[in-house]
Design a protein. Sequence first.
Length: 417
Amino acid sequence: MPLNRLLTLGLGACTTLAMSVPLAAAPASAHPSHSHGGSLVLVGGGLADDNAAVYDDIVRLAGGVGRARIGIFTAAAPVPAEDPDAATPDCNNSVCNGDYYTTLFRSYGVADAQWIPIDLDRPGAAEDPAVVRQIESMTGFFFGGGDQYRYVTTMTRGKAQRDTPALAAVRRKLRDGAVVAGTSAGAQIMAGRDMITGGSTEPGLRDGARPGYFEDAGVLAYLPRGGFGFFTDGLLDTHFSRRGREARSIRLAADTGHHRVFGLDEDTALEVTGVGTQRQSLRVLGARGVSVLDLRRARVTNSAVWGIEGVGWSRLTRGDRYRTDRWQAIIAPGKQRVRPAGGPCPVVPSEDVFYNYELVGLAEGLVGNRGCVSVFGTSYEKDPQFRAALTRGRGLAAWRADTGTSFTGVVIGINAV
């Protein structure tokens, strides 16, 4: 079964206006800190089964080949009764996904990989002492894709989202040094407050974010209490540039008072070691990039249709690191500095800017040519149509590598046309 079938759910020139509304400061997360600090490996979805850089990293952090013991969670997936392909090789449900991942991790040399039997068919499993003992015997964990809200309903209690015994056991293991990895919804559930639960970009830009969980895929929705709270240095979003989610995450951050977003591209991971400690370190692994959006100087424009100016954008690729305490990108040694070309700007405006790495392509054009003062693209949707403009900011610089271009100092503005 192709692995990406398991991950299908996951959930122009700037216009200057005279008045603006400053963004509110974000309150601290209500989740407890992890004083000892294990590791996270957060994957943006679409994780290829031959991505050895990511899988080997998870195994290494769990104790290494021949020693690692990985517990597999797949509660975000449909249960077998909801899967029309349940009896076929194309199945995509909690049980067959668990089988798939346990086999896959064994192929990467773990001593043992076990499915943790928690899903919507087993509503009491997260309270079961036998399941807790199984979790406690593991040295690492992997959360598969699907719908992150299913992890909330199966692994937390009530509206307050208190830990079930199973989640409390995972939290203890992380605090004591285990690795917790996840892809797509399995990465999103690691977020702190205001975890995104769904929503398309253009309707989200137009209508704004709403608290809760909705069946309507057009609603930009979030859970105020968040996910498991393992990662609290900013909002998380997945399938990021492939699905053009830069804009929806900016709108969510502005509406909820967050100043930073980490956007995870497909087949790419953000490794976080020393979680919640002063030794915490972030590093990018895999095929694409991780975007860091900085809203500290952003301003929401006061117009009939929502807009925003001044969002800083850094994009990190394989080997790059990030210091959350300093808001600082650290480019990996050996990457070649981009020397911008001269002459007129060759960048053609995009007509579908919130899709399939279009915004990344515009940014690469901006940093690659001195003649590009600004570049822009428009949304495919016309009700209303939005324009995303990229301009040169303080500290603009770029570095080229085989996995794409790393850059800092790009500034995003989004306004209705």
